[in-house]
Write a protein that binds this ligand. Structure first.
Ligand SMILES: Cc1cc2nc3c(=O)[nH]c(=O)nc-3n(C[C@H](O)[C@H](O)[C@H](O)COP(=O)(O)O)c2cc1C
Length: 357
């Protein structure tokens, strides 16, 4: 397992190991803000090479799920400061995942009852949980050019709040069927202007966000997550290899901190990104066997095969606050309890036991 514990330079940070904590929504925010419990949760996991937080909306309309936190106000940044201070005091490093969910949303989430927005007025075909039970995702409102420019600005403003809050950087959520991905994929993007049609046009929004945020806070503080070939939230891509080759070639000159792939079985596209991307690659590998989640063995294989520079694990970090130590000594590992993934209190959040030492 030694490969997992080799230090890695990412941006201006040196990670002490290659075990990244994958972003995980936990829906425990109050009034769209984090609190002391959030700080405990992340500080417990400061032994990760890098923590990437739960998806955090850069604007009110960017929210996609109940009780997720935002970074669209100075007050929210102040609340996040407790989290970053606690993680840094415990010796860790932490990026915030900026997640605009686009059409994956519902009027009940927004104070003015607005419709969610997206590149094109096409619904996901799926449903979401609201206080009134499960409801269909609505047909979103098609974004105007002004909306698009404003959304780029919202990402920039959230990234500046992230720096004010003490984060080491931001991860742009370009994966899993949310707004940036909705622009990339031709199933959800049927625009006829400069943001739709050709692959170059569909990459434009991701490019503008990445460039504007890098200009604002420095490229070494910006990562991006992608999920080539994913079908999450009704997404469909007719051309994953061409799409991600173009995206990666577009982003390559910017010297971003990293690209983070959530792999959906398209190993050839992962290899293509690895070959084309000059910087750090973090991989959340697809599970081919019977594993429910990424195991230490799968993580090790990724590094031994030189598929990526670091591996992100979700469920195991959720359930094992001292995961790096447990991997070092060969376990045992707590099992994640799916019943407490989303919402609730400290149970299934900050009460997973550490190993006795
Ligand atoms: C409870 C939960 C919440 C998640 N929320 C997010 C999220 O906010 N953003 C994101 O990019 N991925 C999210 N994911 C996906 C994880 O980052 C990760 O890719 C996935 O869990 C697979 O890794 P694993 O097999 O190690 O769990 C979530 C996963 C879980 C289990």
């Amino acid at each position: 397992m030694e490969e997992l514990f080799a230090p890695l330079r990412v941006g201006k940070m040196t990670l002490p190991n290659r075990l990244v904590m994958a972003p995980m929504t936990r829906s425990r925010s109050v009034d769209r803000s984090v609190n002391a419990l959030t700080a405990d949760y992340y500080a417990q996991r400061a032994g990760a090479g890098l923590i990437i937080t739960e998806g955090t909306q850069p604007s009110v309309i960017g929210q996609g799920y109940i009780d997720t936190p935002g970074l669209h106000s100075a007050e929210q940044a102040e609340d996040w400061r407790r989290v970053t201070d606690a993680v840094h005091a415990a010796g860790g490093r932490i990026f915030v995942q900026l997640m605009h969910s686009g059409r994956v949303g519902h009027s009940s989430l927004y104070p003015d009852g607005a419709l969610p927005v997206a590149p094109s007025p096409i619904a996901t075909g799926g449903q979401m949980y609201t206080p009134d039970g499960m409801v269909d995702h609505p047909v979103p409102r098609e974004m105007t050019l002004e909306d698009i420019a404003q959304t780029v600005e919202d990402f920039v403003s959230a990234a500046k709040h992230a720096v004010d809050a003490g984060f080491d950087g931001v991860e742009l959520h370009g994966a899993n069927g949310y707004l940036i991905h909705q622009f990339l994929a031709d199933g959800s993007n049927q625009r006829t202007d400069v943001y739709g049609g050709s692959v170059e046009n569909r990459v434009r929004f991701a490019d503008e966000v990445a460039r504007a945020v890098s200009d604002a806070i420095g490229p070494e503080r910006v990562g991006i997550r992608i999920s080539p070939g994913s079908t999450s939230e009704g997404i469909s891509e007719s051309d994953p290899a061409e799409l991600y080759r173009t995206l990666i070639r577009t982003l390559a000159p910017y010297n971003l901190a990293y690209v983070h792939i959530m792999e959906f079985g398209h190993r050839a596209v992962t290899e293509l990104v690895r070959a084309e991307w000059p910087g750090t690659l973090i991989l959340n590998p697809h599970k081919t066997g019977t594993e429910a989640y990424v195991s230490p063995e799968i993580a090790l294989e990724v590094l031994q095969d030189d598929l990526a520079d670091a591996v992100s694990l979700g469920s195991l970090w959720l359930a094992n606050p001292d995961l790096q130590r447990r991997i070092r000594v060969g376990g045992p590992f707590n099992s994640p309890d799916a019943a407490t993934f989303y919402g609730g209190d400290h149970r299934g959040y900050t009460d997973y036991p550490m190993l006795d030492v």
